[in-house]
Design a protein around this ligand. Sequence first.
Ligand code: URP
Ligand code: ZN
Ligand code: ZN
Ligand code: ZN
Length: 484
Amino acid sequence: MTTIIKNGTIVTADLTYKADVAVENGRISAIGPDLKGDETLDATGCYVMPGGIDPHTHLEMPFMGTYSADDFESGTRAALSGGTTMVVDFALPSPGQGLLDALQMWDNKSTRAHCDYSFHMAVTWWSEQVFNEMEAVVRQKGITTFKHFMAYKGALMVNDDEMYASFRRCAELGAIPLVHAENGDVVAELQRRLLDEGNNGPEAHAYSRPPEVEGEATNRAIMIADMAGVPLYVVHVSCEDAHEAIRRARMLGKRVWGEPLIQHLTLDESEYAHPDWDHAARRVMSPPFRDKRHQDSLWAGLASGSLSVVATDHCAFTTAQKRFGVGDFTKIPNGTGGLEDRLPMLWTHGVATGRLTPNEFVAVTSTNIAKILNCYPKKGAVLVGADADLIVWDPEKEKTIQAANQQSSIDYNVFEGHKVKGLPRFTLTRGRVAVNDGDFVGQEGHGQFVRREPNGAVNKALSSWKDLTAPRKVERTGIPASGV
Ligand code: URP
Ligand code: ZN
Ligand code: ZN
Ligand code: ZN
């Protein structure tokens, strides 16, 4: 059975051109004019683009005494509805738990996925067991990215010595470390002080995590990665302070990528001043929303290339879960949703405003991360042989975001009331139509795990450079006699 996507304009990270796309057995089988097949999807007036890849989700994640509310079923349903065709979730060992053991738990959760997925492995504690299992995670399990939390002291946080050891191990294995960059010691101290002063509402969450804690940790992680000789991916870059550290490092030739979230690009800290406690608490996430000036910095980073990927950090909690923190903001589960809204919000606030070109939109929502994660061009491409993870994007289709109509299982949406223009007419996951003009017609369990290989091009290049510039003993001709 061959499906033809007809009369559309193909938009990739580097090209825009008119052609039909043929899809067979889950892959793109031909690209060209006047293709014929068994079934036709009309793309008149639409862009045909690689499906979005969201490299930062937390589905059914145990966190802060509860579980995030969207699981792989509702989460990937939301993803596809908004044009995202692959998610990368974090397998999170509890301190003391083995990596392979944690991975088994995430394998079990993911069986209901509607779209393809991969995992990052988190390093939440350090031991010989973790060191050894990292190799199996990479070589046997096809997971080549390791996340490190520099915050959440007493829970997920790792210290600098552990981070350096893990980064060194990543370098040996050809893997890439990721960091949640906030100074967890300072955050813990600020939290204590704010609570002592009676500042216990959700607004205090933002006061406890100022841009400085993120800027400092980002710079520290970059320097530690450089000393360990490994590339670095910084998740949820929310402010100029962190962006500046990344920008500077990149200009010095360091291999660092930064990932802003759609939330930080479009929502700001005034949300925490809302008189309704629920409204403010629903927006509690780390890092918090920032002053608007930081948004300009993030948008500029995407346009100039100093920031590489737009993600969501989808970690959705219901209002009832958020209320665990009434009277103590440190107990509000951290996290917001965005899987269904990332692409429409980025198109509306990025492409329609002229901050991004359509090609840059594809780059930052799909192609760049596929290359970083070493799964390009299986994912992130419109090429013959690539997986047919595709969106037929209608730039004229509009809606107002409303929790009442969303796929996510929570009872609110942080983008509630935002008007978006630019939505999928069709979303295809490995050739299967999962969204048809706003109707979800996906299939639970259709999603497959995407295995990734280590030693991508950037790892190889950096290793060569580090070998070339490594300390070398000077072989001397004249050696003074000892004791003279
Ligand atoms: O607040 C957030 N971001 N929650 C999810 C966990 C994390 O830090 O990424
Ligand atoms: Zn984080
Ligand atoms: Zn996260
Ligand atoms: Zn808006």
